[in-house]
Write a protein that binds this ligand. Structure first.
Ligand code: ADP
Length: 435
């Protein structure tokens, strides 16, 4: 039997699952991050330890592979031994205009590094604001997942290209691009860049120290991880070109596995690399947050049961929680369209759901128009996935069958990545052994 652990570090807590090679779930444990005044790195490390210790010793000592996913653009600077020299900056920390302008002056138009919260903007910010003493001690710029994984394998300074996308790493050329290296050469921080490898490839054998401390098998390998949203995609069951996942959470996010890479910063569209394929994504501001402005979750469930989803709504809504939209329409001023409002709340809800289904369909159309592989199956995740009336309405609008996601648990997607990485490492070892 092969046992793989996937760890998911989110914003409010962390999860661990253990799966066998048939993808059966053996263990699932969770810790919530307590509200304290400790630095985040301390909280994460305690969570790592707490998660591993909750796994039965018999399972822990037989683990073959481990991978970790983290929240994208959540980063820290550490020294040669992994000791943080700064408090981490979180995914949503905005580092101000000066560093964004520096990136915008050199990064290509579609680059995911060109956002106020990107990893690269955070690196530049540290380059400009840390004391000379701390800059001298700093050795590696790491993402949350990189740093935690290195506590298990002991090689500081390694990352994966899903986490490194917002650092400006070129996932097409598999190298840091010249514009990035030149920028950091002049602004400082080039020496902090981690080595980047493909998610799902070998980071290294678990260190003796980590094996002893956490009671993990000495033969366990640590596999390069990913970001939380890609891990959730991997958990869904989507795997072939044309497989897509729509997340109906507070916002509406679509992700489509494509033969072709699509980038368009006007619409906030960029592609993650998944082996030889591309995971193309876009996010609309519509979604459950609008529903929450009018209905409780209980009302949503009960009113939805009264919707006749085969009868199209005459209402032509564009539901938004506030003005402004990026995808599939790029218009920072776009106003929500939510009138006329019928007296019957069921009719109103149906109008909202139909409006969102139209936006979702336009989203897929936009990706196809920009060259992405057309969807053939659309898995659904998030709070809205539990709504059968919405699913039927979406089915009327969408170009492919709507399916329920196998799981949406990022830890499960990461355990799958660890299993895949383990199989690949075994195959490589077998080839090396036979030559
Ligand atoms: P997030 O993680 O983005 O906050 P979730 O995936 O937890 O979102 O989903 C929460 C959203 O799902 C809420 O905005 C809520 O309005 C919506 N939601 C909850 N129940 C239903 C339902 N039965 N039908 C449609 N939407 C729902």
């Amino acid at each position: 039997m092969v046992y793989a652990a996937g760890l998911d570090f989110g914003t409010s807590g962390a999860r661990l699952v253990v799966m066998d090679e048939a993808q059966r779930l053996l263990t699932e444990v969770r810790v919530e991050f307590a509200e304290t005044d400790r630095s985040w790195d301390v909280t994460w490390l305690q969570a790592l330890e707490a998660l591993l210790r909750q796994v039965e010793p018999g399972v822990r000592s037989q683990l073959d592979a481990i991978a970790i996913n983290g929240t994208s653009a959540t980063v820290l600077l550490c020294d040669d031994h992994g000791q943080p020299v700064t408090a981490p900056l979180l995914y949503n920390d905005d580092c101000g205009q000066a560093c964004i302008s520096q990136v915008a002056s050199v990064a290509p138009a579609g680059s995911p590094a060109r956002s106020a919260t990107s990893s690269l903007v955070k690196l530049l910010w540290w380059g400009a604001h840390l004391s000379a003493e701390r800059q001298g001690r700093a050795r590696y710029f790491l993402h949350q997942a990189d740093w935690l994984a290195a506590h298990l394998h002991g090689h500081w300074g390694r990352s994966d290209y899903h986490n490194a996308l917002k650092l400006g790493y070129d996932v097409g050329g598999l190298a840091y691009p010249d514009w990035l290296l030149q920028l950091l050469e002049s602004e400082g921080g080039r020496q902090w860049l981690p080595q980047v490898q493909a998610p799902g490839t070998l980071f290294g054998l678990v260190s003796t120290a980590a094996s002893d401390r956490y009671g993990i098998s000495r033969d366990c390998i640590v596999i390069a991880g990913t970001t939380d949203s890609i891990a959730a995609f991997l958990a869904s069951g989507a795997q072939a070109p044309g497989d897509a996942v729509t997340s109906l959470g507070s916002t509406l996010v679509i992700k489509l596995l494509s033969h072709t890479r699509v980038e368009d910063s006007r619409y906030g569209i960029y592609s993650h690399r998944l082996g030889d394929l591309w995971l193309v994504g876009g996010a609309s501001n519509t979604g459950g947050a609008v529903l929450r402005q009018y209905f409780t979750d209980e009302e949503l469930a009960s009113l939805s049961q009264q919707i006749d989803s085969d009868r199209p709504s005459p209402l032509d809504y564009y539901p938004l929680p506030r003005p402004g939209e990026r995808f599939p329409i790029n218009d920072p001023q776009l106003l929500p369209r939510l009138s006329p409002r019928p007296a019957d709340p069921t009719d109103f809800l149906q109008g909202l759901l139909e409006g969102m289904a139209r936006i979702e369909a336009q989203g897929y159309e936009r990706l196809i128009a920009l060259g992405a592989t057309p969807p053939t199956r659309i898995f659904t995740a998030g709070g809205g996935a539990q709504n059968p009336a919405w699913t039927q309405i979406r089915q009327r609008w969408l170009p492919a069958p709507v399916m329920t996601a196998g799981s949406t648990e990022a830890a499960i997607g990461t355990a799958k990545l660890a299993l895949q990485g383990y199989a690949q490492a075994q195959a490589t070892a077998a080839i090396e052994g036979s030559t």
